[in-house]
Write a protein that binds this ligand. Sequence first.
Ligand SMILES: Nc1nc2c(c(=O)[nH]1)N[C@H]1C(S)=C(S)[C@@H](COP(=O)(O)O)O[C@H]1N2
Ligand SMILES: [Mo]
Length: 234
Amino acid sequence: MGDTGSPVGRRVFLGLIGLGAVGIAFGAKTQKTLETTVGPILAKDRTGLAALLPIGRFRIYSVTSSMPSRSKQEYKLRVRGLVDHAIDLSYDDLRAMPPTHLTRDFQCVTGWRVFNVKWTGVRLADVLDRAGVKANAHAVRFTSFDGTYTESLTLDQARRNDVIVAYGFEGGDVSRIHGGPVRMYIAPMYGYKSTKWLDTIELTRDVVPGYWEDYGYDVDGWVGRSNGRSDTPT
Ligand SMILES: Nc1nc2c(c(=O)[nH]1)N[C@H]1C(S)=C(S)[C@@H](COP(=O)(O)O)O[C@H]1N2
Ligand SMILES: [Mo]
């Protein structure tokens, strides 16, 4: 089973399980420390100890000190900004649109990678088409109902077939801790591009750098060709 069974790896790992058990909710500062100290440990393990984590194979991230909560019934996705008509899509509206299924690796810029994750959702392009994008819009901006997190894409990136508004994860719903009931999933980019607890999509003239980009991550977050990393593209 390789080096995950070594005393140091295991001790750090059990510490992580402890954090998971109480529900991980970090402020940004603590999270940054954790990312540099324990982030790479999980990345070593495809199917072994990582599978024991109560939170699944993922690290659970929130830059706020809480995990926001919104039921499917009260959920609304707002599309705003440079559109022909602002729209609100309910959870059921999204489920009624043609679904897209993607199975891709999920890669965090801090090093951990989860292999072959199954996502279901609707193409962001379809959502944008329902609102009608004005000619002077060149970017989309995402905000989260955590009240803090933001992200952006160019309109060309947003229209890719592997960029989805996701409600399905590993055969079930996107759970609250993973950003449910609805989050972004931007398959070809590092995890920070995929806004959890998606609240509003705003069409803007230009790309507005997001939360982590203000801390130095690249705005164009392609896996394997950004942030000075050489990961295999997903
Ligand atoms: N609202 C919000 N979205 C977020 C984050 C966050 O802290 N808050 N973290 C990002 C980062 S850095 C990663 S790697 C993924 C992690 O997704 P997970 O918590 O489902 O593993 O979510 C991204 N989206
Ligand atoms: Mo991340």
